[in-house]
Design a binder for this molecule. Sequence first.
Ligand code: NAD
Length: 283
Amino acid sequence: MRDVQRIGVVGAGVMGRGIAYQAAVSGFQVVLHDALPEVAEQAVKQIASLINRQVEKGYLDPERGSEALPRIQTADSLESFGDCDFVIEAVVEDLDVKQDVFRKLDDVCDDDVVLATNTSAKSITEIASAASDPTRVCGMHFFNPVHRMKLVEVVRALQTADWAVEQTERVGRLLGKEVVRIQERPGFATSRISALVGNEAFYMLMEGVGTPEEIDRAIKLGLNFPMGPFELGDLVGWDTRLKVLQYLHETLGEKFRPCPLLVQYVKAGRLGRKTGWGVYRYD
Ligand code: NAD
């Protein structure tokens, strides 16, 4: 099995920057690329402030923290991924965009490099079909915020090779995560449930069951959820949530039909924390 020292991360949005942070504090060299170079630069600044916050709060050893940032370099193109030992894709939840990334990665990376996708719900088999060697493509589903959430779902697609699954699990553990191995189905084991809960909460809001605060509070206190569905959706981003719902609606049926109010929020640009306003305001 290839020794992993350098991890490539494609996409520097909410998840890509979280994965880059986690990889750097776990001792890996990181190459971070985004289609928008300014987003990658902004991600590095945000990672620097997260490192500081984690050190201040005592969650991260100061020495480990100061070593982490210099390990991250940004790259303007995927050509710079040629010396990566493992790659994690975290671009927008769009099949065409993801396939294009995997086509390019497959050309640039050595044959024994696993190409992992952080898709929330899409078919890894379909994403992998763009690569000339689909056997090295594996699902590696992180959770938001990456530095706090313990799980990585390792998802085996139809053609994923055993060695690629094993390497993905190994890297997941080296990143300090607990790993659950599952077989591919839309939404895997987690997004299928969280998409349904977030959507249902929007139907409840539309029907006037309660305010977002009341619904979140009821679900946290009554069902023992650590976050309410609106708080969680604001963190995930309602645009990402909507894309997942649309895909699950297409593949698994009617119960995943996106709530019209949720669709309106996305049209209004109320995407959550990342736009400063979702269900709640973040001024
Ligand atoms: P995001 O919108 O915050 O970031 C996506 C980034 O991808 C953007 O910065 C965009 O510029 C970049 N991008 C788009 N096309 C690109 C390309 N061709 N090459 C390089 N970069 C490109 O989205 P996100 O929330 O970080 O989600 C990323 C992936 O992770 C999605 O597949 C999503 O479903 C999945 N995911 C999201 C969450 C979550 O809580 N947000 C959790 C688990 C998994």
